[in-house]
Design a protein. Sequence first.
Length: 602
Amino acid sequence: MFSLKQNCWFIRKVVVWSAVSSIAWSVLLLPVTAAVFVLLSRFSLFHPIQWISECTSLLTASSSIFSLVVLCGVVLITGLFNLEFYTLVPSIPCSRMALLGTVLHPRQCVHSLVYCTMGMLVMWCASVTIGGRYSTLGIPCRGSGFNNCIPVVTCLNEYHLFLLLAGAFMGYSHSFLGVVQNMYYVSFQPIQQYKYPRFKGCLPMVVKCSVIQSLYSARNFAALYLFFGYAPKTWISSTLHLQIDSSLQPLDSLTGLLEFSLLYHLTISGTFLYFTWYLTVLLFRIYVTEAYSFPVQSTFTEDAEQCLPKVLAETNTLVMKFFALQDLALLSQHSLSRRLEVFSLSQPGGHPHNWNAISRECLSLLSELTQRLVAHQDAVASNGIKPLQRDALTAPFTPDVDSPFSSPAIRRLVGQQEPLSPWFGTVQSPHIMRRGPKLWSASTGETARLKLTFTLSLNHGFSLSKMFSSNVQLPEASSQALFADSQVHIWALQGLSHLVAASFSEDQFGVVQTTLPNILSCLVVLLEAVDRHFKLPHASSKPVRAVCRMGDSTYKTLRFALRAALKTAIYKITTTFGEHLNAVNISTEHRKRLQQFLEFKE
């Protein structure tokens, strides 16, 4: 998670300024989106000239300028929330209770409250822009002030209240979906693009997601207002001393809600609200994931902490390590001069410090992932998921069968035989011994009643157990959480494989040959662990289908991307070295596995 409290040069000089640039562009694009909203909200098909003139006068009005200032404040707060809440490793709740705990966390509750407030502010600006019956919260009641005989009485404008409550509902929906859909997860694009082409390519998706989410929110809020709209309307009217005009059609009814103009303005306003937030999110992702180039080595001592080998070993600032591994993957493929710096020797001394530091960090990351996979497989093999512990509240009712007041029907239900039963003890024929007289017997009606009572108690216990068993680990989510940070491993694989392949012709001092056996062994061991993971019964073998939403779901396919990157890395090395790999000192099992890659059988 990005935090402004981290005292790191990379956060101050790169991340913060990228976020500021994204916020600035969001503010600059706000008048354009506001103008489009004005055109759509005042749309008139049969009076185009009047429509254009009204929109032009409205855009230059003082109320519109004030609304634009309020919207700029909303965009600024949204950008600051993006900087504070965004993370590079997605938070994947592995159980329903974990998801519930995330939603009810005090930090998330404050976030939801702020977004509800911002949603109401945006909807207030939208209602002022639309004008007419949506403009103010209080309006003169019908018939009041007529011929100066009846005093002016202010009534509650339910249309304005409806839009304000819809804004609060959409704000909470945005905050809630930010947790459920991991909207605060920043993923790096596999193909580097300039900012403008990427923005232009993602803009239609943002518009589509805004419209779809607005339609869903409008439907859900209309249904919610139909059943519970009377409560906030009554509370606000009594608090603000506004009367309810009974001559108007109430909106908490089917006839009031099924009005085309109301639903149209609700959908358009919701689209404008979501588009404003989604556009800020998109610009933040574009700017904050722009590639950064670290120097491989420096001649000045004070700049040594900013060099790539030092940055790769950083553990406190995760975002800097992500950018360093991305830079490593890029330089290994596209920069000959920087690769030569990696293969160079130190002067004086003649030691490959750059290569040793880079390869050591990459191998450490891959070994850590291998150990994590092996531990997970051992836990699954030994049924590592803890069994559900029942307490007095969740355990089903078990009658005391040893009690003298226990019925034989109860004993038959729980599977305990009577001492005088022919089935007690050794199994024998029922014809050998007759059933003895029963000291306590139950009639047929009592037996049926007790059986029904016991069955209901058992079912009630199972239902409570099912409710409290929501803390059970979800297998698919557990697999996704296992590979949540696999983007760094993918970059480490790409960087290592391309550097090793390039060393075949570019390494003049043979610095890579000293670590080549360790690299090959590490890759083969990781491949075996990944293959065993995909053979587990709960691990899906197919990527999930992409849906239209602003929440980044690429983390769900990271394990498939890692497996592909791992095989590609091994193929890259084996096809480059060919039969020369037979001279590398590795184990026989690993050599057999590499031989399959040499023969293209993997």
